[in-house]
Design a protein around this ligand. Structure first.
Ligand code: TRP
Length: 454
């Protein structure tokens, strides 16, 4: 990836859609979305998220993919080649995966541990109250699983066998979809689940706040792998014959569907197992690991289904962590001329060290709480809530006022392809997206810093 001389193309539209969806569908959908939705009022978060996905998400993804296809370059070089003054956006966009990859791998380690627990037949233990908390607060165990996950990711990146992983994901992604459906139906049909379903799908407008909107926006960027140049890189591999608009719609739809189902698996179950206690919704980052083992325990064949589920989550997490790490590696190779092995080993060492605080933040370093957050939450906040909106705003600004919307629209219409949302796109990219992003960002930062409260 990123090597101009070796720039290959996807051979089909399906190839592009699946590869981009493989990068998009990951822990963001399965782990992050449900706990945010639970925390930020359920239905209202879902409502805001879906609206933003099909407006802001669509606009930004079209823009990034079009920039990539037009320039044929990966993020850092793409911005500079479009306009010298925007070269720094490429650098900002590169910082985002540098922050995300370490903590992403910490969560990947938790998933690996849970898979091992299910494979060893100990799913029952994982469903006990306090199991998850006891696990993440130890110093060594989570670190060991984190190392395992990072090393697995690095080995795949060094061997350059992503193509094999991509092929496998053509089978795994549909299986994940079907299994998610099965588990969601099971969760939703438990006695007492109705309250949880309503909490999840019925928007309560009294809980609408700027913070909710910003959280949904950050989740959107994260889940769709926007604002860090990845979609620009994917776009640069996209053949001109492929219809850009409909590909973006498909990726968006698939990504949102998996996130929606993940919420449907987890949130009603939280309700069932907490006896309808809404305060259980605020469990945060551990929600998936705390609630799903209880669902599996009560399910016929739950030990097997739990194992299969964590296997598929691990797979989805790996496909995402591979492309996150590959982003950093390909930049090191391009910019510093390092070979793949050296670039990957350096990145691996960096990730191994940089992830340690996020892992220890739940145990022996839990007293370190910048802005009142544990360390993992803090890094997540800095990348998704602070950095990504800034990068996205700059991309919108570049597209709307420097390149002009016509440039992007022309790219979407290459080879006579249709672009049905042309009018909508023009309005979104010029006014709604940049103004909306900045307004949400500024008001929420101000609220967060306590300048005034909402
Ligand atoms: N979208 C991925 C997920 O939902 C996470 C992610 C964010 C990502 N940015 C990325 C993955 C860039 C690959 C590349 O889990």
């Amino acid at each position: 990836m990123g090597k101009k001389s070796e720039r290959s193309s996807f051979t089909s539209k399906l190839g592009f859609v699946l590869a981009a969806a493989g990068s998009a569908v990951g822990l963001g959908n399965l782990w992050r979305f449900p706990y945010l939705a639970a925390q930020y009022g359920g239905g209202i978060f879902l409502f805001v998220y879906v609206i933003l996905a099909f407006t802001f998400g669509f606009t930004l993804m079209v823009t990034e993919v079009a920039i990539g296809r037009k320039t044929g370059k990966s993020a850092i070089s793409a911005f500079r080649s479009l306009d010298k003054r925007f070269g720094f956006v490429g650098i900002l966009a590169t910082i985002v995966p540098v922050i995300i990859t370490p903590y992403y791998c910490v969560i990947g380690g938790w998933v690996t541990k849970y898979l091992a627990v299910y494979l060893s037949g100990a799913g029952h233990a994982a469903s006990l109250d306090g199991y998850f908390g006891a696990f993440i607060s130890q110093p060594w165990q989570p670190l060991v699983w984190f190392f395992v996950f990072v090393i697995a990711t690095s080995v795949i990146v060094v061997l350059g066998v992503e193509k094999g992983v991509e092929k496998a994901s053509k089978i795994m992604m549909p299986v994940l979809l079907v299994l998610s459906l099965v588990i969601a139906v099971y969760s939703c049909t438990r006695p007492g689940a109705l309250g949880g379903i309503l909490y999840y799908i019925r928007p309560d407008f009294s809980r609408l706040s700027v913070k909710t909107v910003l959280a949904a926006l950050g989740q959107l960027f994260y889940s769709m792998s926007l604002a860090m140049g990845i979609m620009i890189t994917y776009g640069s591999y996209m053949p001109k014959e492929t219809n850009l608009e409909s590909s973006v719609r498909q990726i968006e739809f698939f990504d949102t569907l998996i996130a929606f189902l993940a919420g449907l698996m987890i949130i009603p179950a939280v309700f069932v197992f907490s006896g309808g206690d809404e305060s259980a919704m605020g469990a945060g980052a551990g929600l998936m690991f705390i609630t799903l083992p209880k669902v599996f325990l009560s399910m016929p064949g739950g030990q097997f289904i739990g194992g299969l589920f964590f296997f598929l989550v691990l797979f989805a997490a790996l496909t995402s962590s591979i492309s996150l790490m590959e982003t950093i590696v390909s930049i090191l190779m391009d910019k510093l001329g390092w070979n793949r092995l050296f670039a990957t080993v350096s990145t691996m060492v960096f990730v191994l060290i940089a992830g340690i605080p996020s892992s220890l933040g739940f145990g022996i370093w839990s007293h370190i709480t910048p802005l009142g957050m544990d360390l993992l939450d803090f890094f997540d906040f800095v990348s998704n809530t602070v950095m990504m909106p800034i990068v996205s705003f700059l991309i919108c600004f570049l597209a709307a006022y420097i390149l002009k919307p016509d440039t992007i629209i022309k790219e979407a219409q290459a080879n006579g392809a249709s672009f049905k949302s042309e009018k909508f796109y023009r309005i979104m990219i010029r006014y709604v997206a940049p103004i909306g992003i900045i307004a949400i960002w500024v008001s929420s930062m101000a609220a967060g810093l306590g300048l005034f409260s909402w």
